[in-house]
Design a binder for this molecule. Structure first.
Ligand code: NAP
Length: 246
């Protein structure tokens, strides 16, 4: 029996990149994985988990739509009777220097990266508290810890997530629900594909390990925080960044 056998996990932003790697890792560890992205996008991840011998389902939900989130959570509870793990990973960047940043770019990033985590956590908390067990892991960013020019909206959303999770961790610790944050550094995904080679070289110069990370590096940290091995860890920020920010 694998360590997460019998656990029900929801992973948002599971269609590609870090979220897909997390979903596959949890699936390989025995969890039933509810893969969430917009439209049909998460189907490919659920199919990969099933092909590898795991159990998964795919759902099209826009994380900025509270009614869609609540309906998804109700459906999971009806089908499986419990929710053990929430990984709030879906995120976007709309980069621009502050003087040129449009209000819409601020609003969209805060809604997707921060407010959606509020919606998801509120939706899963009642069942987790009732179960007297739960694991919440939110995906922040090194940028939320150290800032980055051109990412005021993104940095605010990711720093906000850290404060949000620490507050929530204090509220629910006595119910055996842990709330932790993983803060990735520069990871090779669609989100970072647009960065020019020159800029990547600049960034890599700031990374003591001298290279970008892989989605699987983040997935391993999330798997740990979601497991029984991490049962006495809550309110923490686990940086997975090659030493970029210490
Ligand atoms: P990515 O490859 O661009 O994937 C983003 C994921 O989020 C996709 O699955 C996307 O699904 C989903 N998503 C975006 N908006 C959504 C919405 N409104 N509703 C539902 N799903 C939505 O990004 P990534 O690099 O894997 O990033 C994953 C997380 O890690 C993000 O929170 C990001 O901020 C964070 N992070 C990334 C890095 C990095 O270097 N890559 C570093 C630090 C932190 P669709 O198929 O619906 O588009």
């Amino acid at each position: 029996m694998s360590e997460l056998t019998g656990r029900i996990a929801i992973v948002t932003g599971a269609s590609r990149g870090i979220g897909r790697a997390i979903a596959e890792r949890l699936g390989a560890s025995g969890a039933t994985v509810v893969c969430v992205a917009r439209g049909e996008n998460a189907a490919v991840t659920a199919a990969a988990i099933s092909a590898a011998g795991g159990t998964a389902e795919a759902h099209g939900v826009d994380v900025t739509d509270p009614a869609g989130v609540e309906a998804l959570v109700s459906g999971v509870l009806e089908r499986h009777g419990r929710i053990d793990i929430l990984v709030s990973n879906a995120g976007i960047a709309r980069d621009q220097l502050m003087l040129r940043m449009k209000r819409a770019d601020w609003d969209e990033v805060i809604a997707t990266n921060l407010t959606a985590s509020f919606t998801w956590c509120q939706a899963v908390l009642k069942p987790m508290i009732r179960q007297r067990a739960g694991r919440i892991v939110a995906i922040s960013s090194v940028v939320g810890q150290m800032g980055n020019a051109g990412q005021a909206n993104y940095a605010a959303s990711k720093a906000g997530l850290i404060g949000f999770c620490k507050a929530l961790a204090r509220e629910v610790a006595s119910r055996n629900v842990t709330v932790n944050v993983v803060a990735p550094g520069l990871i090779a995904t669609d989100m970072t594909r647009a960065i020019t080679d020159n800029a990547k070289a600049d960034w890599s110069g700031q990374i003591p390990m001298g290279r970008m990370g892989a989605p699987e590096d983040i997935a391993a940290a999330v798997r740990f925080l979601a497991s029984d091995e991490a049962s006495y860890i809550t309110g923490q920020v686990l940086a997975v960044n090659g030493g970029m920010y210490m």
